[in-house]
Ligand binder design. Sequence first.
Ligand SMILES: CC(C)(COP(=O)(O)OP(=O)(O)OC[C@H]1O[C@@H](n2cnc3c(N)ncnc32)[C@H](O)[C@@H]1OP(=O)(O)O)[C@@H](O)C(=O)NCCC(=O)NCCS
Length: 190
Amino acid sequence: MPSERRKGTCGHLPLNVRSKAGRMKSVNLGRMIRLAGEVFSARTDPDQLDVDEAVIERLQSLHPATLSEHVEGDGPVVWILLIPTTRETMDLFFDHKIGERELLDRTHPGEHVDALYLCSALVLPEFRGKGLAQQVSLAAIRAIRRDHAIRWLYVWPFSEGGDVLAKRIAEVVGLKLYVRKNPRVSTESA
Ligand SMILES: CC(C)(COP(=O)(O)OP(=O)(O)OC[C@H]1O[C@@H](n2cnc3c(N)ncnc32)[C@H](O)[C@@H]1OP(=O)(O)O)[C@@H](O)C(=O)NCCC(=O)NCCS
């Protein structure tokens, strides 16, 4: 995708951007991939979702807005990942009967979904605090809600920023937020 078309845009993450990542020259893309590596390597839960090309393809088959980005300059500066699931799957996750990976394994294209998992948000450091994560997340949630009657929103925060962001998003979309406790994150922050 030519860089001039990507400048300042906000939209769903095209699969080819990630699959051709190794060959692209975007500085932002390289930084985002490094940031994702740093952030996700810090997560030690064995049941967490590792985002590889198969996972990206699977997510996109569920809904194009499951992976969304905001582009500035030569590439992405924000990535937001959402997983549409059922309330039954959400309950199993909260009961610790399944992990994050199974949220995706249990969801199939074309099936009824009513619970949305706020999976991850990544913003390059100099773009933080400008409302971008919230803006991209809200656009993605609205796109998914146009196709699915989402009634529940849930999150498993692993940073204070992720926790506050999820709470703000829930307030704006008017859904109650269900938070799976993470002992490493204070969820009293908002
Ligand atoms: C967390 C992160 C995604 C926030 O992105 P951002 O674009 O700065 O967030 P926004 O500007 O949209 O802020 C949304 C809300 O969250 C709050 N917030 C953002 N980062 C925060 C932080 N570190 N601590 C407390 N609150 C924070 C904002 O104040 C805002 O709330 P407000 O409307 O009441 O002011 C970004 O800091 C990041 O990429 N961090 C590293 C990865 C990470 O921890 N991701 C979250 C878990 S996957």
